[in-house]
Structure formats: C-alpha cells, structure tokens
Design a protein around this ligand. Structure first.
Ligand code: HAS
Length: 553
C-alpha cells in the first residue's frame, strides 16, 4: 500500500515529502536572503548605516521585494498545497502530478535564479512591481516569464490530482483542503494571465529593443490586474490554515464547510476585477471605472468578514464544548502554549487592524492621503509579513515533522512562541511607525534623505529610527525562525498527525453548486470583462503614444 495506516493517521508519502520539502526549503532560503536585504534597508533608511559602494538602496529594495513577496510566498504556498492535496486526495500524488510538481519547481527555480542574478548585477533595480518606463535587462523579464510558466505547471498538477479524486469518488463532496487548493491555484492561473501578457507582449520586446516605446498605463494596469489577486494568493493558503487546520489544533470542529467554500468562491470572484484601487491616483483611467472597481473592492472585504465570523464561532463553540461560560470564557481554553496555534492566532489578531487599513486604502479620498507613503508599506507588513508569514511559520512547525517523520519537542515549541512574540514586537515598532509617519507624508520607496533638512523631513526621522529598530528586532526573529527550521530536522523520529479538522456533526450538507467550476469561472470571466474591457480599450488608443525606457539607478 502507498501509505502506512497508523490508526486514524497515515504516514506521509516519502516521494511526495521530498517535493514538499524542496518547495518549503527554497522558500526559507529566499526568506533568509530577503531578510538580510530588509535589515540593511531599514538601517539605511533610519540613517544609521551607509551602504558600501557598489550596492544600491533600490537594488536591495528590489531584492527584498522579489525574494519576500514573490519567491518566499509562492514556494511556500505550492509546497503547502501539494502536501495537503497529497494527504487529502488519495494519500499520495499521482506520478504525473509529482512530475508536474518537479517540472514547475525546476522552471520556477531556473527563472528565479536568472531574476536574482540580474538584480545582484544591478541590471534590474526596478522594484518588485517592475513599473515601466523603468527598464531592466531582458534576462530579468525572461526569468520572470519562466517563473510564471513554472507556477502554471505546478498549479495544473493540483487540478489534475483533484480531477482524479473526483473521478474516483463520484457523487462525493471533495475534501475541503483539496477544494481550497484548487480555488487558490485557479485564482493564480487567472491572475497571472495579466502579468504574462505584460511581460511577453510589452516588456520583453521593449527591453530587447524590438519596440522603442512602451504603453505605461497599460503595463501598470496589466500588472495590477495580477498584483491585487497576488495578495489574495498569499491570503487563501493562510485562510486554509485558519479554516481547516486551526479547529483541529484547538480540539474543535470546523464551523461550516459550506461557509468556508463560499468565502473562497467570493474571493475568487472579487479579488481580480479590482486592480484599479492600486491606481486610484494615476492619470489615464476614467474616474467611473475607478469607482466601479472600488465598489468591487468593498465586495472582496465580505469573505474576510465571513472568515472572521467563522473563526470566532469555531473558537467559541470549541470553548463551550469544553464547559467554558461567559462572553469570553472560551479564550481561556485556547492552546496558548502550542506554537502551531499561537503563531497563526497572532496573525489573525494582527489581521484585524491590517484589514481595517486596507479598507482605508480602498476609500478614494483617504487613498489620496496615504498613496505612495510609508503607510502603505506599513499596511503590507501587517498583512503579508505578519498575518500571512506568521501563519506560514505556524504551519512549518507541524508540516516539516509530518513530512520528515519526526515529532516537535517542547524546547522547539517554546522557541517558536518566543520567535512569534519577537516578530510581533519588531512589527509593532516597524509597521506602527510606518503607519504614523506615512500619515505625516513620508514617502515609501525612498533612500535616506532629509531633503536638505526640510522641517517636515526632519520630523520624520525619529519614526525612521523606530522603523530601523523594528527591522533589527525582526531580523533577530527571522534568524530564530531559520534556526528553528534547521532544528526541525533534528527532532526525534516519530509520527506527527497532519491536522485536518472535521465539520460539526449538526452541519447541513454542503451545496453541490459550490463545485460547479464552469459556472464560477464563467462568472469570474464576466466580472473581469466588465471591469476591464472599456478601460483597456481606452488605453490602447492614440492618446497613449508610449514612453522610451529609463534607467533610474
Ligand atoms: Fe492591501 C496595498 C486594500 C488586504 C497586501 N495591500 C497593498 C499592498 C500590498 C497589500 C502588498 O484599496 C502594496 C502593493 C504595492 O506595492 O503598491 N488590502 C486592501 C483591502 C484589503 C486588503 C480592502 N492587502 C490585503 C491583504 C494583503 C494585502 C490580505 C496581503 C496578504 N491594499 C489595499 C489598497 C492598496 C493596498 C487600496 C493600495 C494602496 C495604495 O494607494 O497604493 C481587504 O481584503 C482587507 C479585509 C480584511 C478584513 C479583516 C478580517 C479579519 C480577520 C481576522 C479575524 C481574527 C480573529 C482572531 C478571529 C476585513 C479574518 C481574533 C481573536 C481575538 C481574541 C480578538
């Protein structure tokens, strides 16, 4: 038999384990390099350190953004999804699927290394959004294209396994993890079409000199068509952990399978046709279409509110089942000393102000105050670098033991709790001061300067120092996490359970329409066409002649 049955438990397939490990370890490799760049940036911006000649601030910022926002997240997510799909949909991956997983890994890594080489050679200091008309070396864009193609192949592997499961389990509702993995990769595949068109049709020919100019507003629009769902591509696996894993870890049950699936479908529908909320201050897009996309942005908040509701219900019902009373009695029985719960929980807690910040960003008038200031940097360090990152750390503490056949020790668990707290303290300093100084007008993406001692800029300086202190604390926490990851390979041998929650027994059956993929994809396409067709047609008219490339570094 492919899997060894251990009572209710199943040993993780060794071949699949290698694939999962490859993705997860590469993610932590990127996190380490990205962390070094982050540390240097924060001390430079705080005026505490001057970079040695030959290293540019914007070069570091590009490396930091690409390694953290693209490489760490994407590799971790694919590794995590493959692990759950293997465990939940058949007990092992089909050989074709495993092959696709490896092929995706190889293409992504090859492309990623090309991208990294160009950044290190200072031929692509264009930041992680690679906004035209800044022009990087063609190899940078070609590397990006390989990363996207690789991720498509990895995503297709997940669809393949899901299809196989449905074929062999006719009439059954799919496991929640598998369903959510498919939605996550579907979101990714649809979203990356935008950036693929930007890279292949616009950036590569332009960087090779085949075209002289580039349509800037179109390229940015195609980027944000991808860039916004990208943030939900980070969030959905986080939600998988919150919906599917956390209830099991607290000794409770999933509140509602149907609610969880519906929230994922709403995230798929509403996270794509909303890219203009990143371009609210940009000329060249009609206010009407910005307004329409802002309305859709507020729709995408709804599934997050549904998630918050479901989590509170899960916690409270688990507490009540253990006999707690009172409005907040359930809080006392949560497993505070278990890092697998504690780290994601801190992520949830932080997501409350982080989400509120997002709603501020999305409001047109308030966006005029915060756009391109450090407030936005503060926002995404709470969302992706805390809520998402801490959840990924929490997953690591059980996923690595599951795939390597080991058990977590109290010592590493304790270190994990300290690491989580340290991360939160560092982020409080860094992101807190970014939010405040952003409201005072301090711009994002700027190297150290006092603007010739302008009084406003001088007033920002103490906050920049606080940001640097936060950055140093965060780097210490990052080193601790890397130490913990290495230590997870030295744990004693044993079996760790892959924690998957069951739904409440009283729950109604999950409606079948939630798995009518054709219908959901059609609605998604209609929404995208509605939100983008007219604005894009406007952008490709004669009013947008195009710009030559510039090298600003
Ligand atoms: Fe954002 C910019 C709007 C969510 C990431 N965002 C960014 C950028 C990034 C990013 C990386 O509208 C910068 C991009 C760049 O480089 O320019 N964002 C939103 C909105 C949401 C939102 C409306 N963002 C995220 C998430 C991200 C992320 C998630 C990463 C993972 N964002 C914007 C806008 C901009 C923007 C504008 C452009 C700004 C500009 O001008 O440039 C919403 O989805 C947020 C909804 C979230 C909630 C919170 C629900 C709370 C939950 C936790 C429950 C907790 C429990 C525990 C149960 C409504 C689910 C509690 C327990 C207790 C005991 C209390």
């Amino acid at each position: 038999m492919a899997m060894t049955e251990l009572g209710n438990e199943r040993r993780f397939d060794a071949q699949d384990g290698k694939l999962v490990l490859a993705y997860i370890l590469f993610a932590y490799f990127a996190l380490t390099l990205g962390g070094v760049a982050g540390l240097l940036q924060s001390v430079v911006r705080g005026g505490m350190y001057t970079l040695p000649g030959g290293i540019g601030y914007y070069q570091l910022l590009t490396a930091h953004g690409v390694l953290m926002a693209i490489v760490f997240t994407t590799y971790f997510i694919i590794g995590f999804l493959y692990s759950g799909v293997s465990h939940q949909m058949g007990g092992k991956l089909l050989p074709t699927v495993r092959g696709m997983g490896w092929c995706g890994f190889a293409l992504m890594t090859g492309g990623g290394l090309l991208v990294l080489a160009m950044i290190l050679l200072n031929r692509a200091s264009v930041l992680y959004t690679f906004y035209a008309p800044m022009k990087a070396d063609p190899v940078f864009y070609i590397g990006l294209a390989f990363v996207v193609i690789g991720s498509w192949i990895s995503g297709a592997g997940i669809f393949y396994q899901y299809r196989y499961w449905r074929h062999t389990h006719r009439g059954r509702v799919s496991p929640l993890f598998g369903f959510m993995a498919v939605v996550t990769m579907l979101l990714w595949q649809i979203a990356t079409i935008g950036v693929a068109i930007e890279v292949v049709v616009q950036l590569i020919p332009w960087s090779l000199g085949w075209t002289e100019t580039i349509n800037v507003v179109l390229s940015r629009t195609l980027f944000w068509y991808f860039g916004h769902p990208l943030v939900y591509f980070w969030l959905l696996p986080t939600y998988i952990c919150w919906y599917v894993i956390i209830p099991k870890l607290i000794g409770g049950k999933l509140f509602s399978d149907a609610l969880a699936r519906l929230s994922f479908m709403l995230l798929l529908l509403f996270s794509i046709p909303v890219g203009f909320h990143h371009q609210l201050m940009e000329p060249g897009i009609s206010p009407l279409w910005k307004y329409i996309q802002v309305v859709l942005t507020f729709m995408v908040v709804v599934p997050s509110l549904m998630t918050a509701f479901s989590l509170f219900a899960t916690f409270e019902r688990a507490g009540r089942a253990k006999g707690t009373t009172g409005l907040f009695g359930w809080l006392k029985v949560l497993p505070w000393r278990d890092v697998r719960f504690f780290a994601p929980f801190m992520g949830m807690l932080v997501f409350i102000p982080a989400g509120a910040g997002g709603i501020i960003n999305a409001s047109n008038q308030m966006n005029a105050v915060v756009h391109n200031t450090l407030w936005v940097t503060g926002h995404f360090h709470l969302t992706v670098a805390t809520s998402v990152a801490l959840t990924f750390f929490g997953i690591t503490y059980w996923l690595l033991p599951v795939v390597t056949g080991r058990v977590l020790t109290p010592a590493i668990n304790r270190l994990g709790i300290v690491q989580t707290l340290l991360w939160c303290v560092g982020m409080l300093f860094m992101s807190g001061s970014m939010h405040i100084v952003g409201l005072f007008g301090s711009p994002r993406r700027t190297a150290y300067t006092t603007y010739q001692d302008h009084p406003d800029a001088v007033m920002w300086m103490p906050y920049h120092v606080a940001m640097a202190i936060g950055g140093i604390i965060l780097f210490a926490a990052l080193l601790m996490m890397i130490y913990n990851v290495v230590a997870l390979f030295r744990l004693p041998q044993g079996e760790t359970e892959y924690p998957i929650a069951e739904a409440e027994e009283s729950e109604q059956t999950t409606p079948r329409f939630l798995e009518r993929w054709g219908m959901w994809i059609a609605i998604s396409v209609i929404l995208i066409l509605f939100a983008y067709t007219i604005p894009i047609m406007d952008m490709i008219g004669p009013m947008h002649p195009g710009a030559p490339g510039v090298r600003t570094w």
